[in-house]
Design a protein around this ligand. Sequence first.
Ligand SMILES: *[C@@H]1O[C@H](CO)[C@@H](O)[C@H](O)[C@H]1NC(C)=O
Ligand SMILES: *[C@@H]1O[C@H](CO)[C@@H](O)[C@H](O)[C@H]1NC(C)=O
Length: 150
Amino acid sequence: MMIFAISFTFFLTLSSSYASVQDFCVADYTAPQGPAGYSCKIPANVTVDDFVYTGLGVAANTSNINNVGITPAFSAQFPGLNGLGLSLVRADFAVGGVGPIHVHRGASELILVVEGTIIAGFIDSNNKHRLHSLTTAQIKKLKGLLGGTN
Ligand SMILES: *[C@@H]1O[C@H](CO)[C@@H](O)[C@H](O)[C@H]1NC(C)=O
Ligand SMILES: *[C@@H]1O[C@H](CO)[C@@H](O)[C@H](O)[C@H]1NC(C)=O
């Protein structure tokens, strides 16, 4: 019998934004996109569904070279996040799954482990590695130039 455990993790990425001067700027996918994100829907066309996203309830397929399935909740999937400098990702790690080292310029990342155990960390600007093992219901904040998870 094969034992197949999955670490189920949420990554929350935060960065500063300019949209906080208004209540919201729900993405209008039909209008042109600018450097700050999607154009805003006119308020009369905004619905409550624009602020609800249910796509993170389903595990992603981990059958790939990294053994990780990623489900994003970015403004491209979740219109209510547009312009807020906020995004969320569900990462499903099969045993041995690796999140390749990546960069979040000007942003911070929070990891919440929902199930299982992962090793997560970042490399700071002095090239020092800061790794930590995280298990269910533990949260780690990654701040620095590089963040990687496995
Ligand atoms: C608002 O929604 C209506 C109905 O879907 C659509 O016809 C109209 O083009 C929308 N207006 C804008 C400015 O997006
Ligand atoms: C997962 O992805 C692999 C590789 O693309 C594919 O062969 C497999 O059918 C997928 N499994 C599911 C449950 O979709």
